[in-house]
Design a binder for this molecule. Structure first.
Ligand SMILES: Nc1ncnc2c1ncn2[C@@H]1O[C@H](COP(=O)(O)OP(=O)(O)O)[C@@H](O)[C@H]1O
Ligand SMILES: [Mg+2]
Length: 362
């Protein structure tokens, strides 16, 4: 549905230039929900605004549903209004002097019909999709934050766009509401069938909502895959550690074969996945997920490395433990009913093949 090829964009100010997109290529299948995930400043908004026709890249091309809407090389730049997009940005503007219905109907104000149905019917259909049909006549400022967010979505969908672009649309909501809206947003997007690009800097948001997550770093997409694939098979140390706040454990390859290696480390021999071939004896960094670590009474795991708990943090559903093993401290995430406390001596057992080892960066 969306084909982006080699997009480059440099912001030029009087005293500085910033290379915001460095050759981005991306495909989004029809009907998919793709998330752009990356740290602040990596170029997510710039990429989204380029697709929307609000920025003009220096190189590359963008096709939407088979039509080239932008090509720097061929001098094509279809105006934003004719790209057939729906957009919701972080500061979604709800018109305060209008009712819920009038807000949702705004993009259709000059149309009496959309795809053969009356504009009024289409507006009510979209309000029903976001479950606001019973509030159609209410003044828009009298909606809660979450309801305003849903109204912004209805307004973005009302003209039946080919593509929906969402730039951190949940970031103004409080944590609880944001979690509820994740499910809601995915339901709305799937039932409307619209191809969607969603931007966020939050890992759980990306993993829980998306068909595909594209991880961005410094103006590039470094990996794109289904959430589970990305979580299990990160292709770089950056992706692995960005997705899950992890322990970076130094190690040395003992032996390796077909996507897997045994690594000597301060926490014993760990069976790891590898993204590229590693030779025996070479130095690596294991991106060790806290949830892959179990702590046992030393007698139950006589082979395992032994450490001492330095601190614990009770999180409700989990207990995080910082364990000192020789020169390093490992963070372990244990079930919430764990009763271990600071000072306890424990054996450290790492589940096999749940972590990835990468060549050590010199
Ligand atoms: N209008 C602009 N002029 C100059 N630099 C900009 C402009 N907009 C964004 N940038 C810079 O480009 C980089 C990417 O910005 P942005 O796409 O907004 O990142 P993200 O959305 O991932 O946080 C940042 O370093 C930002 O400071
Ligand atoms: Mg942004």
């Amino acid at each position: 549905m969306i084909e982006i090829r080699n997009l480059e964009l440099t912001y030029r100010a009087s005293h500085s230039t910033h290379h915001a997109l460095r050759g981005v290529s991306l495909s989004v299948p029809r009907g998919a929900l793709l998330t752009l995930l990356g740290p602040s400043g990596c170029g997510k908004t710039t990429l989204l605004r380029s697709i929307a026709g609000l920025e003009t890249p220096d190189h590359g091309s963008i096709r939407i549903d088979g039509e080239t809407v932008f090509s720097a090389e061929d001098g094509i730049d279809v105006p934003s209004a004719r790209r057939n997009l729906g957009m919701v940005f972080q500061s979604y503007a709800i018109w305060p002097h209008m009712s819920v219905f009038e807000n949702a109907a705004f993009p259709l104000r000059y149309r009496s019909k959309v795809q053969g149905i009356s504009a009024r019917g289409r507006v009510m259909e979209c309000l029903a999709l976001v479950q606001l049909q019973h509030l159609a006549d209410r003044p828009a400022p009298m909606l809660s934050g979450g309801q305003q967010q849903r109204l912004a979505l209805a307004r973005a969908l009302v003209a039946s766009p080919k593509v929906l672009l969402l730039d951190e649309p949940l970031s103004n909501l409080d944590a609880r509401l944001r979690e509820e809206m994740r499910f809601e947003l995915r339901r709305i997007v799937l039932s409307s069938g619209v191809t969607t690009i969603f931007v966020t800097h939050e890992q759980t948001e990306a993993l829980s909502m998306s068909d595909i997550v594209a991880v961005m770093k410094d103006g590039n997409i470094v990996q794109a895959d289904a959430p589970r694939g990305l979580y299990q098979h990160p292709s770089s140390e950056f992706v692995a550690n960005f997705l899950v706040r992890s322990n970076l454990v130094p190690g040395t390859v003992r032996d390796s074969h077909e996507g897997q290696a045994n690594i000597d480390s301060p926490v014993g021999v760990i069976a790891c996945l590898i993204a590229s071939p590693l030779t025996a004896g070479s130095p690596v960094t294991i991106v060790l997920k806290p949830e892959s670590v179990s702590l046992l009474p030393p007698a139950q795991a006589p082979e395992a490395a032994v450490g001492q708990i330095e601190a614990t943090a009770f999180m409700g559903d989990a207990v995080e433990c910082a364990v000192r093993v020789g020169p390093i401290v490992i963070l372990a995430k244990l079930p919430g009913d764990t009763t271990l406390t600071a000072g306890d001596t424990v054996a450290i057992v790492v589940a096999p093949n749940q972590n990835t080892a990468f060549p050590a960066q010199s």
